[in-house]
Design a protein around this ligand. Structure first.
Ligand code: GLU
Length: 376
């Protein structure tokens, strides 16, 4: 494969621990739009190193939802690609190699502190009102001592020596964000069982997969300082970062199940049309230059630029989503939308069995102006 160094490469990197939620759907939408706008590529990477919570079923469900939304990706676990494998659980040898490189160059060390010990220290720090941070107990162990303890079967994590200095991130959404020195202490990159942690795999993979732009949710902003440290240590070029604004519920607290459906799957089941859902999602944290509300995919692709991403949190307004869905139902060709509505009519027990399809279409046409989701 010919590599084109100016090609935009973005990724969606879900953890397969549940259905695709609307926040994830917005993230993959923004990445997809950006790739399309730039003639670049979207990569799907499955971040499944949390083995207790990750399942193949959830991975498949998320892929199905991404496909239902109509987002195609150039590389991923089910389509392959030049940087395969795209599932982090299948890349453990790669992370082990880079962790070893950090140890060999003394930028990471073996840490023998137990979970109990660390928890106790963390709780004590919190009680004293100080930021809980690793105290460096194992940072100065001699090579001989480490070798002896490892040989005797003692388990160790690999802990990265976090440089003590300020880091300033230039974020496309948030502008310059400075992380003060000492905000993070030496952090774990490999757990005792050899499993790598998110910040480490994310950097290794984004680098190896030639990711040029990282568009993700604001909740990852605080992780970025750890990631910047790793980029710097390996001498790798930082991608462009854009942390998209928080999505809030109607009461302005962070969107959660309390606010109603949060999974794409559930919206689909209730009879929200994918184009309506996408149109609604694109306006959460982004706006078109003409402040258009109803937009086709083509219009979104043509207009999607990072400078129109919005810093302010956006509200997931169910009323607006229902209105928007209604608009899409009204505008759809009657045969198409009736075909989509028929399963809902059957489920509701409406007597349409054996009826002339034209009659069903006409009947649906008389009511479609009053609907939110098709379920109604
Ligand atoms: N696996 C992370 C998540 O699902 C991805 C974070 C990132 O995009 O870097 O939130």
């Amino acid at each position: 494969m010919v590599s084109n160094s100016s090609e935009v490469r973005v990724r969606f990197a879900p953890s397969p621990t549940g259905y695709l939620h609307v926040g994830g759907a917005r993230t993959v939408l923004f990445n997809w739009l950006y790739a399309k706008n730039k003639g670049g590529k979207l990569i799907l990477r499955i971040e499944d190193t949390d083995q207790e919570r990750s399942t193949r079923e959830h991975e498949q469900m998320q892929i199905d939802d991404i496909k239902w939304l109509g987002f195609d990706y150039a590389e991923g676990p089910d389509v392959g690609g030049p940087h395969a494998p795209y599932r982090q659980s299948e890349r453990l040898h790669i992370y082990a190699k880079y962790a070893k490189e950090l140890i060999d160059t003394n930028r990471a060390y073996s840490c023998f502190c137990t979970d109990e010990e660390l928890t106790m220290k963390r709780e004590a720090a919190m009680k004293n009102g100080t930021i809980p941070q690793y105290d460096g107990k194992c940072a100065k162990l001699s090579k001989d001592e480490v070798a002896k303890r490892l040989a005797s079967g003692e388990k160790a994590t690999v802990r990265f020596r976090a440089p003590v200095r300020d880091y300033t991130l230039h974020d496309e959404v948030r502008g310059d964000v400075t992380f003060q020195a000492n905000m993070v202490g030496d952090f774990i990159v490999l757990r005792q069982d050899g499993m790598p942690v998110y910040n480490f795999c994310c950097v290794v993979d984004d680098h190896l997969m030639n990711i040029t732009h990282v568009l993700r949710a604001e909740e990852h902003l605080s992780n970025t300082v750890r990631q910047m440290m790793l980029y710097e240590t390996f001498g790798w070029q930082l991608p462009v970062f854009a942390h998209c604004s928080l999505i809030l519920g109607a009461d302005r607290s962070k969107l959660s199940k309390r606010h109603g459906a949060t999974s794409v799957h559930q919206y689909a089941e209730e009879g929200f049309l994918r184009d309506a859902l996408i149109n609604f999602l694109v306006l959460l944290g982004w706006s078109s230059p003409e402040h258009q509300e109803i937009m086709t995919r083509e219009q979104m692709i043509a207009q999607f630029t990072l400078d129109r991403l919005n810093k302010a949190p956006s509200v997931f307004d169910q009323v607006k989503l229902r209105w928007m869905n209604g608009e899409y139902i009204k505008a759809a060709p009657i045969a198409d939308i009736t075909a989509k509505a028929i399963p809902f009519m059957k489920k509701a027990g409406l007597p349409i069995e054996g009826k002339d399809p034209k009659w069903v279409e006409q009947a649906f046409d008389t009511i479609r102006g009053h609907l939110g989701p098709l379920e109604e």
